[in-house]
Design a protein around this ligand. Structure first.
Ligand code: ADP
Ligand code: MG
Length: 207
């Protein structure tokens, strides 16, 4: 027997947390809701395999928090396990962004109400910031996830046929519709550019 390298352990455990396009969309949408977003746009390129982008108009991420946003087990939502008793958020493990970084290329563009301009951060596979530049986006956060599972052929295999991709898209629409039903004041839109067909779906919820 021998011990797996830290890199392999990280990749395997991240692939458990983030096992599908649906997982990524759900985690990013939950982060948007935890940030008090009232409008969320989800864009999928090639069923999300090429790119998943979730944009929100929530509170944004402060510059001092940005260096740890993608580092596993960093969260702004709880300080210790006692806080779980009064939990009001979807997320609290601080695992989603970091795990997504291990299995895809991630950029996060964000602006709080106190910032003059938004900043686009590029993260590496460990969730650390490798570069940053100013951006034109307004208040809120946009997470862009490119080339999901490029380093995990087993996971990519799940999307080997157009039928499987369409099934996943249907599940994504169901989950987003469920969020829209639970939060009537929320507007969620889903846009798609697909290889085999092209369409814009909208999941609206307005009182
Ligand atoms: P968790 O949601 O369990 O805290 P994540 O890895 O999903 O962990 O996110 C890490 C942290 O990054 C969050 O605690 C939050 O502070 C910040 N964050 C992530 N996405 C957003 C977003 N859309 N808007 C504001 N803050 C965000
Ligand atoms: Mg989260």
């Amino acid at each position: 027997m021998h011990q797996l390298s830290a890199h392999t352990v990280r990749l395997l455990s991240s692939a458990q947390v983030v096992a599908s396009v649906l997982n990524v969309v759900k985690e990013l949408t939950e982060n948007a809701l935890d940030a008090d977003a009232t409008a969320i746009d989800v864009k999928l390129e090639n069923f999300g395999l090429e790119r998943i982008e979730v944009r929100d108009n929530g509170i944004g991420i402060r510059a001092e928090d940005a260096p740890v946003m993608g580092v596993r087990h960093f969260t702004s939502k709880i300080s210790s396990h006692e806080d779980l008793e009064t939990l009001q958020t979807y997320g609290f493990r601080g695992e989603a962004l970091g795990s997504i970084c291990a299995v895809a290329e991630v950029t996060v563009t964000t602006k709080t109400k106190d910032d003059d301009v938004s900043v686009q951060y590029s993260l590496d596979s460990s969730g650390n910031i490798v570069s940053q530049k100013p951006s034109h986006l307004g208040q809120g956060t946009t997470v862009s996830v490119q080339r999901l599972f490029r380093n995990l052929p087993v996971r990519r295999q799940l999307y080997s046929s157009s039928k499987k991709c369409r099934e996943e898209l249907r599940r994504i629409q169901e989950v987003l519709t469920a969020f829209a039903i639970v939060k009537p004041e929320l507007r969620i839109l889903i846009f798609g550019r697909f290889n085999s067909f092209s369409s814009n779906h909208s999941v609206h919820s307005r009182p």
